[in-house]
Design a protein around this ligand. Sequence first.
Ligand SMILES: C[S@@+](CC[C@H](N)C(=O)[O-])C[C@H]1O[C@@H](n2cnc3c(N)ncnc32)[C@H](O)[C@@H]1O
Length: 279
Amino acid sequence: MNPAGSEEKVEDIEIRLLLEAMFVRYHYDFRHYSMASLKRRIKQARQQLGFASFSAMQERLLYEPSMLPKLLRYLTVQVSEMFRDPDYFRAIREKVVPHLRTYPSLKVWIAGCSEGEELYSFAIVFREEGLEDRTIFYATDINQEALQAAEAGIYGVDRIQLFTENHRKSGGKSSLSDYYQAAYGRVSFDRTLRQNVVFSDHSLVTDAAFGEMNLISCRNVMIYFDRTLQDHAVGLFSESLSRKGFLGLGSKESLRFSRHSDDFEEFDRDERIYQRRAA
Ligand SMILES: C[S@@+](CC[C@H](N)C(=O)[O-])C[C@H]1O[C@@H](n2cnc3c(N)ncnc32)[C@H](O)[C@@H]1O
């Protein structure tokens, strides 16, 4: 028997049990996330939270609900930026918006919205394009701390240069500084940008579909899922979209291997924007 090999196996069992405990106790389901990167983050949590083993973490998680948000900080990745991948927002503005204009009311779902950077980017595009008043945005995530930050709309002033540059590259029609106020090293985005936003704790793994969306944007979320889970999420999007509704995944993800791919036609190949088929 290879002692190193058997040690690795026990560690895998412990991690599986930890994820199982998290699901059974709190209904947070990470069991089908992409294992290599999830394991890295769980190991980092164990080290930084000072646990001797994953089993010790599991025990604490079972008995102390306050462990859950601590662990979620490691298990979910909150890297984001406003107008991230500006070409995506240019495609939304120049190609998708003309279609959306033909509808009297719109529902837009930003799935996995993190701390709100993607949501505010959309809200600004919709304001600049005159669609804001007819739109309801749904901004969802499983991380409640991230959702609270999204609701607050406050970011470090050191991030603004990048956000401004991205906004400009995406075809922004105004100055980003029109939308925020700066004070004490932070910028606070205009509260009117979130007047038509519903923030909601929603999991693409365990929760149900939303109804009749005209546009769903879900970027840099499914990369953390395994193939089965990606398929499940795409099924949820298909169910949630209205006829001819749009699904934007961004350049890193695609529907290529999904069993739901026939529900969609390609709308913008580079930015991986799809349109729900009519039937
Ligand atoms: C890297 S951020 C992406 C943020 C933004 N969409 C972007 O592209 O910049 C990934 C987000 O997905 C969220 N997330 C992870 N698993 C999720 C799930 N099952 N359901 C909904 N959101 C999830 C995380 O909490 C995190 O906020």
